[in-house]
Ligand binder design. Structure first.
Ligand SMILES: *Cc1c(COP(=O)(O)O)cnc(C)c1O
Length: 385
């Protein structure tokens, strides 16, 4: 058999129309924030039940701005999950908050909603649930708690654009959501992100913090309709999205439903084929009604199958020319956080166990059945089945 090409665990799907729009944008002479970003924001708003949307340079930037806008005082606490990307934690810290972790539920790998209340103190200001892999958290429970304790809820929707919770699309209800358009995510603008909220006071601050604290946007300043004068009302950041990025997004969003359909059928096939493998624990569905965005297909390896631990399995698959992702090592085990917050490995046992055994199989809209079969055959080979 000839050497097979490396199959990455993720690949963006970019249409020729999207590429042409990027080229047109560059040729138009307006490269940065302008009409394309405005259009993409309008499309995202319509997609999320007409709630207000602000595009930013990344989801990390979006989380940073939202958390800064909440104006933490020394010692203010933000509750989140240890099973997430480090951006969730870093932005809490950069905004002057103290991260407080609540362990995951082992079946959903989402923050355990029933364990949140015990972690709430007089200093708690916000909860950041992460819809892990695209599976919605139990938002009714979380919003009830937030209401009871007067907390903000910032949903980290980096994995979950397009998912629904009890027949409502995530982002179409609730307090604040942040989406990512990183190339690994379900739709992409290269780098990019968006904030969704209907809180007008928050929107005022976010809009200014996004661009130097200036009270009017660059497009107005430099177009014929605008004027060059401006005022600065707060020391802001440079977190705006470019029109070059939005040109991609404008073509990605209409394809999202199709992308999720492809992801779902591949995920269902993984579930079907791997369902009776005793080596694996597969993603499980919670009780409440939902649709999954299937950003990731994560598998947990039960104790050292065929003499391989998780890292051994990732390496063995790589030798078979199959890329396998790692989402995520539990964040409480990383050097900085464990030192700074005194977290011990056993403090969050469910996340620790998941983080030590989890890996992500290739899953992307253009992945073929043949490619999926290659993944399955390679798993059989490395596990000596
Ligand atoms: C990717 C990701 C982010 C950060 O998104 P960027 O757009 O890359 O900044 C935040 N949270 C989670 C859970 C992510 O997966």
């Amino acid at each position: 058999m000839s050497e097979q090409q490396f199959l990455p665990f993720v690949k963006p799907t970019i249409s020729e129309e999207a590429i042409a729009e990027v080229v047109d944008t560059i040729r138009s002479g307006w490269l940065t924030t302008g009409p394309k970003v405005n259009k993409f924001e309008e499309m995202l708003s319509k997609y999320h039940g007409d709630r207000r949307v602000l595009c930013v340079s990344s989801a990390t930037a979006g989380l940073h701005l939202v958390l800064l806008s909440l104006g933490f005082k020394e010692g203010d606490e933000v509750i989140t999950t240890p099973m997430t990307f480090v951006a969730t934690l870093n932005t809490i810290i950069q905004a002057g908050g103290k991260p407080v972790l609540v362990d995951i539920a082992p079946n959903t790998l989402n923050i355990n909603p029933d364990a949140i209340e015990a972690a709430i103190t007089s200093r708690t200001r916000a909860i950041i649930p992460v819809h892990f892999a695209g599976l919605p958290c139990d938002m009714d429970v979380i919003y009830d708690l937030a209401k009871k304790h007067n907390l903000r809820v910032i949903e980290d929707c980096a994995h979950s654009i397009g998912a629904t919770y009890k027949d409502k699309r995530l982002g179409s209800f609730g307090d604040i959501q942040v989406i990512s358009f990183h190339p690994n995510k379900n739709i992409t603008t290269g780098e990019g992100g968006a904030i969704i909220t209907n809180d007008s006071a928050l929107l005022y601050t976010l809009e200014r913090l996004r661009f130097h604290g200036i009270d009017r946007n660059a497009f107005n300043r430099f177009s014929k309709a605008g004027s060059p004068q401006y005022d600065v009302v707060m020391p802001g950041f440079k977190y705006n999205m470019m029109d070059i990025q939005a040109a991609l997004g404008i073509h990605q969003l209409p394809e999202l439903a199709n992308f999720i359909e492809k992801r779902t059928s591949l995920a269902n096939r993984y579930l079907e084929v791997l369902g009776d493998w005793e080596e694996f624990t597969l993603p499980q569905a919670p009780q409440y009604a939902h649709s999954h965005a299937w950003h990731l297909f994560t598998v947990q390896l039960k104790q050292n199958a065929a003499g391989l631990d998780r890292d051994g399995l990732i390496n063995a698959m790589k030798a078979e020319n199959i890329g396998v992702g790692l989402h995520y090592q539990s964040i409480h085990t990383f050097t900085y956080y464990s030192r700074e917050y005194g977290w011990k490995p056993d403090d969050f046992p469910n996340s620790l166990a998941a983080g030590d055994s989890i890996f992500s199989l290739p899953l992307f809209p253009t992945m073929t059945i043949d490619e999926q079969d290659r993944v399955i055959k390679s798993l059989e080979k490395v596990l000596k089945k």
